[in-house]
Design a protein around this ligand. Structure first.
Ligand code: FES
Length: 328
């Protein structure tokens, strides 16, 4: 199986992990080993079509099992109250025996291998990539700690597993503590220079961690965003200007108007390109950039990748130059 290749997997396990959170175990139908993954990786899943859902919904779910396992993938899905069909489809239409189209794992949230200490901060369903990271730390005898924030004990996925790690895990339940966020300044005050922070959860928690972390090395704090809500990259269309794209395969030149993305411009010409989140979060629409300077507005490229100007997320990013030459 090559990287990013698509496969059909069968659901071999289903488990309620907390109120409105279920985990799904996926295996190859013939028992073949699966492509390897590293902690922090996610799967891109094409969800089953059903009566009230639009066809071909694609969603990304972090892997939460041990990355040393090659015979199965485990994901956990929270049922979102504002679901656009993704979490609803998984919760109501996917059960043991269902088959799903899955792309081999990708990792936008990789774990560095040599931190002196790994400090994990998770909120809600953001525990999923962190759980895989914790399993890696355990098997590699790394020092780690977790602060896990949820609305209540009943909504705390993997509670028994995590509680079993003892003092390394601290829970913060909104309803028991009377506050939405723990005292992060206090939580992070004892940080050591060689530690790395990994944070995944709702925007409010991530912003709070960013604020408290100000002044420390930006390379030592890592975020995985699930949604663009509340993020400052989102620009009003009134601030946008038109630019051209040139398609390297045909030489065709197209105008990208303000308020229209590169992806939408291509779709208007019936040029099909892969996409999923349309929010700059998943990397599915990453397109090679052969000329021009992109105005990167995604949440997945690193600083080094942004400066390299060798690819662009065409669902959200725009241009600083008059023209971008794209590998389309
Ligand atoms: S479609 Fe997800 S980053 Fe563009």
């Amino acid at each position: 199986m090559k990287a990013n290749e698509s496969m059909t997997l069968v659901v071999t396990g289903y488990r309620a992990e907390a109120l409105d959170v279920a985990s799904f175990e996926l295996r190859d139908p013939s028992g073949k080993p699966l492509p390897e993954f590293a902690p922090g990786a996610h799967l891109e899943i094409t969800l089953p079509e059903y009566d009230s859902a639009p066809s071909s919904l694609i969603r990304h779910y972090s892997l939460c099992n041990d990355s040393a396992e090659t015979n199965r993938y485990v994901i956990a899905v929270g049922r979102a109250s504002n679901s656009r069909g993704g979490s609803l489809a998984m919760h109501e239409h996917v059960r043991v025996g269902s088959t799903l189209r899955v792309r081999s794992p990708r990792n936008n949230f990789p774990l560095v291998g040599d931190a002196g200490h790994y400090r994990f901060i998770a909120g809600g369903i953001g525990i999923t990539p962190i759980l895989s990271m914790i399993r890696w730390c355990q098997s590699h005898e790394k020092s780690w700690s977790l602060l896990y924030c949820t609305r209540s004990r009943t909504r705390t996925a993997f509670y028994e597993t995590l509680a079993g790690f003892g003092a390394a895990v601290r829970f913060h339940f909104d309803d028991e503590s009377g506050s939405l966020l723990p005292d992060l300044a206090r939580e992070l005050a004892d940080g050591v220079a060689s530690e790395h922070v990994y944070c995944c959860g709702p925007g409010g928690l991530m912003h709070a961690v960013e604020e408290v972390w100000t002044g420390r090395s930006p390379e030592s704090v890592h975020f995985e965003w699930f949604s663009t809500k509340g993020l400052s990259n989102v620009q009003p269309a009134s601030h946008e200007v038109a630019f051209d794209i040139v398609l390297r395969s045909t030489g065709e030149r197209l105008r990208v108007e303000p308020g229209t993305s590169i992806l939408e411009t291509l779709e208007q010409r019936d040029i099909s390109v892969p996409f999923a989140c349309r929010e700059g979060l998943c990397r599915t629409c990453e397109t090679p950039l052969f000329g021009g300077e992109a105005d990167h507005r995604d949440y997945v490229l690193s600083e080094v990748e942004r400066r390299a100007q060798s690819s662009v997320m065409i669902c959200v990013s725009r241009a600083r130059s008059d023209t971008l030459i794209l590998g389309v």
